[in-house]
Ligand binder design. Structure first.
Ligand code: ADP
Length: 258
């Protein structure tokens, strides 16, 4: 009743899913999808977790999770997620051709999102991690308003321009009453593999300071590391492929803080 009073659309839970966590970023290319996948893998230590790729224009989950193919349907026409590393995943990438450009008008995007939100047979999950499209547009708003979201994790680099966008993201979630679980600072430091000198390529501690300003938790730093990029490209995220490495530990720390 409170929601109706505020004029928000009625929220309907996703069948079988206890809590939805969205992973968002103000802009593209800051490592949101990589973080979403490694966070989900970190959470599987104690919970059942699924991943929904809500970036219908540029789906990255199929490649990151090394998954390909079309989902089968249940008797009542729900899509069965594809599973790897113990994580059931759903993505527009499973429904369209790899090379086909995904050029859609607004309404089609919304109906695709609706399909991904409502017509998937997740079974029973503690967490559904949603990899959001970058930015603060209609899709992000619509997801935040149509399903009960337990919280948002915002990924940013320490760079000024990325932080401005991250701030916009945080403000958007506040407006739609989605709690911001905290900020992840990605690509925070690069350590030279030869001399071990550390360089803050995108600046240092910007996201930590922004978290303070916004009064939200700082969930941790992820280093800029070749292994993260290479393993992601191979569809073997570091949390599963090199679980004891410092970079995997960094993601696990974020998972523990969520
Ligand atoms: P977004 O989802 O924000 O667009 P991605 O997760 O697709 O960003 O990451 C963009 C690129 O940066 C990918 O090639 C990914 O492998 C790489 N990347 C992300 N985080 C890191 C990191 N911490 N260290 C090295 N490469 C990274």
């Amino acid at each position: 009743r409170q929601q109706m009073a505020r004029g928000l659309p009625k929220q309907k839970p996703i069948t079988g899913v206890k809590q939805v966590i969205v992973v968002a970023s103000g802009k593209g290319g800051v490592g949101k999808s990589t973080t979403a996948v490694n966070l989900a893998l970190g959470l599987t230590a104690s919970k059942s977790v699924g991943v929904l790729d809500a970036d219908v224009h540029g789906p990255s989950i199929p490649k990151l999770m090394n998954l390909k193919g079309n989902p089968e349907l249940t008797d009542n026409n729900l899509m069965i997620p594809l599973t790897n590393y113990g994580i059931p995943c759903m993505s527009m990438g499973f429904l369209v051709d790899d090379a086909a450009p995904i050029v859609w008008r607004g309404l089609m995007v919304m109906s695709a999102i609706e399909k991904l939100l409502r017509q998937v047979n997740w079974g029973s999950l503690d967490y559904l991690v949603v990899d959001m499209p970058p930015g603060t547009g209609d899709v992000q708003l619509s997801i935040s308003q149509n399903i009960p979201v337990a919280g948002a994790v915002i990924v940013s680099t320490p760079q000024d321009i990325a932080l401005l966008d991250a701030r916009r993201g945080a403000e958007m979630f506040k407006k739609v009453n989605v709690p911001v679980l905290g900020l992840v600072q990605n690509m925070s430091v690069f350590q030279c593999p030869n001399c071990h000198h550390q360089t803050h390529i995108f600046g240092s501690d910007g996201a930590r300071r922004l978290a303070e300003t916004l009064g939200v938790h700082f969930l941790g730093d992820i280093p800029l590391h070749l292994n993260i990029r290479e393993m992601s490209d191979r569809g073997q995220p570091v949390v599963v492929s090199s679980p004891d490495s410092p970079e995997a530990e960094a993601y696990k720390k974020v998972a523990a803080a969520v």
